[in-house]
Structure formats: C-alpha cells, structure tokens
Write a protein that binds this ligand. Sequence first.
Ligand SMILES: C[S@@+](CC[C@H](N)C(=O)[O-])C[C@H]1O[C@@H](n2cnc3c(N)ncnc32)[C@H](O)[C@@H]1O
Length: 220
Amino acid sequence: MQHRAPGARDQWYEGLFYKTVIAPFLQEVRGIIRDMVAPGSAVLDAGCGTGDLAIMLASKCNRVVGVERSARMIEVARNSSASPGQDGSPLHQAQVPRQVEFVHRDIVDYLNHANERFDHVVFSFSLHEMEPATRAGLVSKAGAIARDVIIADFNMPGWDNAWGVVNTVTEALSNLTHFSRYIDFINRGGIPALVRQAGMRVVEQRADSSKRLSITRAVF
Ligand SMILES: C[S@@+](CC[C@H](N)C(=O)[O-])C[C@H]1O[C@@H](n2cnc3c(N)ncnc32)[C@H](O)[C@@H]1O
C-alpha cells in the first residue's frame, strides 16, 4: 500500500501531468539553480515534486535529498523512467543517480527533525503552495541547517506567454486553497518579503528570460 505523508492531498496535476506539461517550462530556472550550487555540495530539495531538479543537480553535487509530501509526485520521482539522462536518453529507476535520495515526507516535519547539514536548501516553486503563516519560519529553519537558501518562485502572474497561461490555469484549476495561496504569495511581496521575514538577506538574485520567475540566494 502506498504511504501518504501527513497533510498530503494529491492535486489532479501532480505526477505525470506535471512532469510532461509543467516541468519542461522550468528547464531554464533549473539551469540557473544548478549554476548557483557549488560543485561537490550537499543539497536539500524541499518539495522536490517529480525529482527533475534533484536528478539534474546530481551531476554536480555529492548528495541531493529530495523531500516531497505528495505520494504521486514521489512515485514519479523514484520511478523516473521518463526523465532524460545527461545525454538526453531515457533514465530508468536503476539509473537514478546514487547521490540522490527521495524522501516521502512533509518538509515541515523534515526540517523540525533535521539532523543533517546541507550546503544549500532549495525551494523550487514549493513555497507558494505552503500555508502562508509557516513560510517564513520554514525558510529560516532551512537557513539554520545550510550555508544558504535558494528560492525559485513566481514574481508575477500573467497571461501574455505560454508559461503564464499554463501556470495560471493550472493554479486556478487546482483548488481554492491552492489558488488563494498562490495569489497570497504574490500579494505579500513574493520572495524578497519572505527573505526579510525569515531574518535573512539576499546575496544573489536572477530572473528567467520571461522575467516572471525569480531565483534568489539568501543567507543569514
Ligand atoms: C509546483 S510543485 C514544484 C515541484 C518541484 N520543486 C519543481 O520545481 O518542479 C510544488 C511541490 O511542492 C510540494 N509541497 C508543497 N508543500 C509541501 C510540504 N509541506 N512538504 C513537502 N512538499 C510540499 C508539492 O507536493 C509539490 O510537489
């Protein structure tokens, strides 16, 4: 029987839909995150989804732990037969890099009990899904167990390009709680406001070519 992490509610788009329709739009952002992490580092990927970023980082990092609360997402991550390998060929489960570990758990619980240090904790499009009152505390906890925290997320919603349409429609069709959290994240000032609330400061900030997505590195 499949284990479901506490608080997990699978959304209709999680799993293969996310991997095939949404994730391809994130390749540029993933490349920027990969540039930001140090060679040979240990990375915690908080809310790793289908695991594409974790697998991409494995070619540069010594250890990548992807934590995910959705049963469907973690199943796709662990059985990533549709993931392209470094050479673009299909990657089968046995080929998931040995540096990568996928953990089916709520990141709040994981960070509350973390006994391992990382060089980087990455939140890639996961913070806007989380309970608003817990976001800054989570970033701060992440900062306490790492050299820095890398956050990739939206800085504005929009309709004037393919990514904006697919994303806004997907967020809107998810469920009311999910959509209101996404809007709330934007309205509260997005990543810069969150970094300030966590008591941290921004040391590097980049955007994708659409300027809708921000990638920020923050430290205490
Ligand atoms: C929009 S997806 C992004 C997935 C992936 N990081 C990426 O960049 O493609 C957000 C993910 O965060 C996960 N998530 C949200 N809240 C979480 C929590 N409290 N603990 C663990 N995962 C969480 C969701 O289940 C979802 O898979």
